[in-house]
Write a protein that binds this ligand. Structure first.
Ligand SMILES: [Zn+2]
Length: 115
């Protein structure tokens, strides 16, 4: 019985180690969303005033929550590429973190039951 339980524990410990290794591989992580926008400039003589396809842009707007408030930042195309990747990384890290939490609880609860 104890041996079987130890094997299970070892397996979970190995899975946690794999999660930690994966998380270590990410360089940039950012929360939020990136939106591509096309705007009118307000000049009534500009083509953008009548033609929606002549609007200016794209502008890249990075939106995220900071201290409970939404914060917007205009990004250059190069920054937008990096932020897009960082947002995708952040999502993956959150998924891995959720898995890490589940497995941590599994280990702790399993130990308690055995005593
Ligand atoms: Zn315009």
């Amino acid at each position: 019985m104890a041996k079987k339980s130890d094997a299970k524990r070892k397996k979970i410990e190995k899975e946690i180690e794999a999660i930690r290794r994966k998380i270590m591989e990410f360089d940039l992580v950012c929360p939020g969303t990136l939106t591509e926008r096309y705007n009118t400039c307000g000049n009534p003589n500009c083509r953008c005033a009548r033609d929606p396809s002549a609007r200016h842009g794209p502008y890249y707007d990075w939106t995220r929550r900071e201290k409970g408030r939404f914060v917007h930042t205009l990004m250059s195309p190069a920054q937008a590429d990096e932020i897009e990747r960082a947002i995708a990384n952040h999502k993956k890290v959150l998924e891995l973190l959720a898995e890490w939490r589940r497995k941590s609880a599994q280990l702790i609860l399993d130990k308690k039951r055995r005593k």
